[in-house]
Design a protein around this ligand. Structure first.
Ligand code: ZN
Ligand code: ZN
Length: 350
């Protein structure tokens, strides 16, 4: 057990020490009541409890916190005892989530408020789905005001099937279903439907626009090859029956689906069932820039205008995605998988 002693005791502060026993459990040794900044510790070491009585008799009671994470508990106790010179203001999402779970468990959110504000505002640019999960969990447990905006960003970045992965995840499963399955997943599904409607209504508008424009070159009626304006015959077919080309409604619809196919948006079933909204938006942007068509209408060709409009509308829909209020998790306190330790609506930090 000696080899597991942390820095906490070497700071000439004998109020507490976190030790590790050979099995890796956290053992909290307490010598005074500085620890009482937390209401949970207050109860544990209060005058009415045996550990509190031991403290007042000058003893150093040991509490085995076998379910707790040693690193998170060390950070937590060091901050509570102002031994935080080398604790970083930025933390990776996973250790931050673990720390947040412990802060929630021991009701230390208020005491760590300045730290929480720093950690939540300094979070690294995250893109991996699991990182989003950890960061959301941290913000939820900390009752951080960044939670709502983070959930909006997660709506854009998470693939539609993320819930089934998180439900099986040992840590991310702590996020209440009211947030993951009900709010976040529902928002992703609804937005995917909206994007799909945009894709379909663009086809509808292209069909309605009947204007015809000339296109450069001639087409061979035998083989469909396109020849330059100066061509007199199709040599492979030995055919002189060449037709001038027209940008028509049918042509534009066919070309629209050719572009969607090239950008892997068509057939739509697979991408709309598996991709994150941001990935789909990127493909719509590609469809807009993939434009090679030329006709007499130039910039006013309906195909060009509709592809631009489609991409703009997709971007706009993503921009309008709303955050998810942290209060959505409140139902979780009524018998769902996880409850916040205090069983009431979390107060968002100002
Ligand atoms: Zn030909
Ligand atoms: Zn055209």
């Amino acid at each position: 057990m000696d080899s597991g002693e942390t820095k906490a005791e070497s700071h000439n502060n004998t109020s507490y020490a976190v030790l590790l026993d050979p099995e890796g459990d956290v053992i909290l040794v307490v010598a005074d009541q500085n620890i009482l900044v937390s209401s949970v510790f207050s109860k544990m070491f209060g005058p009415d409890f045996s550990k509190g009585i031991q403290i007042r008799h000058g003893d150093r009671p040991c509490v085995n916190l076998e379910e707790d994470d040693p690193k998170a508990m060390e950070s937590l106790l060091r901050i509570l005892h102002y031994q935080c010179a080398d604790i970083s203001f930025s933390m990776e999402p996973k250790p931050l989530a673990v720390l947040a779970i412990h802060c929630d468990k021991y009701n230390c959110i208020a005491a760590l408020r300045p730290w929480i504000a720093q950690w939540c505002s300094n979070h690294p640019g995250i893109t991996a789905p699991e990182q989003f999960g950890y960061m959301l969990l941290a913000a939820y447990m900390f009752r951080s005001p960044i939670f709502s905006g983070l959930a909006a960003e997660a709506t854009k970045q998470l693939a539609p099937g993320f819930v089934s992965v998180w439900e099986e995840h040992e840590t991310l499963a702590l996020l209440p279903e009211t947030i993951t399955a009900d709010a976040l997943s529902e928002q992703i599904t609804q937005t995917l439907e909206r994007l799909h409607q945009e894709l379909q209504s663009t086809e509808g508008r292209l069909r309605e626009q009947k204007a015809r424009y000339t296109m450069p070159g001639f087409v061979c009626v035998n083989c469909g090859r396109i020849h330059p304006d100066t061509a007199k015959k199709c040599h492979p077919c030995n055919n002189t029956d060449l037709f001038s080309r027209r940008c028509t409604s049918d042509y534009r619809v066919a070309e629209y689906f050719t572009i969607l196919r090239r950008c892997e948006l068509w057939p739509s079933l697979e991408p709309f069932a598996t991709l994150a909204l941001s990935d789909l938006a990127f493909r719509f942007k590609c469809a807009q820039t993939d434009y090679k068509h030329q006709c007499g209408a130039k910039e006013d060709c309906p195909l060009r205008r509709e592809l631009e409009l489609l991409s703009e509308r997709v971007q706009w829909i993503l921009k309008c995605i709303k955050g998810i209020p942290i209060e959505k998790g409140v139902e979780a306190t009524h018998g769902r998988r996880h409850s916040l330790s205090h069983g009431h609506l979390p107060t968002v930090l100002g």
